[in-house]
Design a protein around this ligand. Sequence first.
Ligand code: ADP
Length: 545
Amino acid sequence: MPYLDRADAPPQLNNALRILEDAQGAPLCSEDLSALIAAALAELQSYEQARRRREHHLTCLWACSPQLHWIADRENDLVWVSRAWTELTGRPIQEALGHGWRQFVHPDDADQYFAAAREARFASGSYDLRFRGLTADGSYRWLRTRAVGRDDETAGAAFVYGVTEDVHDQVVAEAALERLVERSELVGLATNDIIWDRDFDANQLTWSRAIGAFCEDPAEATWTWWENNIHPADREPTLASLRAFLADSAAPRWQLEYRFRRPDGSYATFLDRCYVLRRDDGSPRRMIGAMTDLSARVEADAKIKQLQSELIHVSRLSAMGAMAATLAHELNQPLAAATNWVGVASVLVQRSADVPEQAGSALDQARASIARAGEIIRRIRTMLWRGNNNREVHDIRALIDESLRLALIGATASGIACRVVAHSIDIFVDRVQIEQVLLNLVRNAIEAMASQSRRELLITARPNGEFAEVTVADTGPGLDEELQARLFTPFVTTKDQGLGVGLSISRTIIEEHGGSIRAIVNPDGGTTFVFTLPRARQVSEDGAR
Ligand code: ADP
């Protein structure tokens, strides 16, 4: 008979005892009495057996349970604990009883644990928490306790009943998983990439948080959404390329650049790269990819192209200007001489009687033509220089950065260590012209260092009174005296492909801006070009004068 069926034994025994007495408390007849006592004893026996069986069952259950079962009183003193205590802590049960269990809680977790336990000691309070507990090998392991407070009416007191189990492996695995998830998120943040994960089995597409910049609700970022937001001109080529990749069972990686729509309707340029995991039959099982936003680089490239074309344009004009300047200079003397000779001829014509009258007017015409030739050269020169002036306030540091970016294209690989130490100084200049000067000086420096083992380029900018002073120093071979003297003269070059107009143009530009330029040979080798430009405030004050 299962003991639970006999749970009504005590009431039956009560009944039997009540029947032993009549209403006034007098005993009943002996026959009935002995039968009733026998029945009561039988009941008692079976009740006692049931109780023992129940105790045995519970003891067996607790013995095979890896969990620790325990009971504490209102003061959170343990009154009973299952044998698992000894297995977990390697200590006798007596050490757990009373307050003893407390010293097995890790000091860092003790406050939180004891506070929760205090809360639960009143009837129906409960707690569920993780803490570190001291175990048999002396190490702390993560444990989890779930406990509940209950009134025990038979004892007229409240007890806390709890189960404590070892969850160390689970906590460690959870922490490892958390770190893994965090790492993948950090990778996304570090690269600023949008990471995506397409699971073909589960038909699921998941994105890293960065997708939030392109889609308000990431749940809406389905595969179709992605397809639809590719730039119309790039969509078909992109999808065709991806289809071909997925169909090629041997290809593990795919990458492509395409434009992708931003929420404001503009397009970002992305480089999308992915890796695919395939089933045995070669069909895709899972694809993980990273979309790198190239927009800033693409825009910078476009800007560089524009600057380059501006510079090429201005270079041509400058070269023409330099030639015109040279011509003006070179022709000036012969023209002046021609004017003198014409003057002499006029005097001779006036003095001699046998020269025809028209000779005088022919010489006047010649003088006028010479004067006109000089004027034409002067005007061409003025037009070429002044016609390109578009002066505004610029920060010299920004101009240095921009020129350097242009000049270093292709040069970084040649191992040049480049350093800029520039103050932020406003100057009132034609940006393109000053960038052309800087570009010319930096390119000359790079070319000068090409065959040197030490290749260091230092550009500085600092205020010097009313001027901004810029230096471009290299560790090239320096300049010999003869070259130094003719450096800024047009068409002086030591290069096979050189034109020899760069420095003369640079000087004209700097002087046109009210500054000066010179070259210094460094004591420890190399050359330093120094140029000055008036600071912006000074220019506007001058302009107001
Ligand atoms: P190009 O570069 O076409 O020769 P430039 O007028 O810019 O014309 O330079 C004239 C010459 O000055 C160069 O050929 C070179 O011999 C010399 N030069 C310019 N810059 C440097 C430098 N940093 N170090 C040594 N020599 C230089």
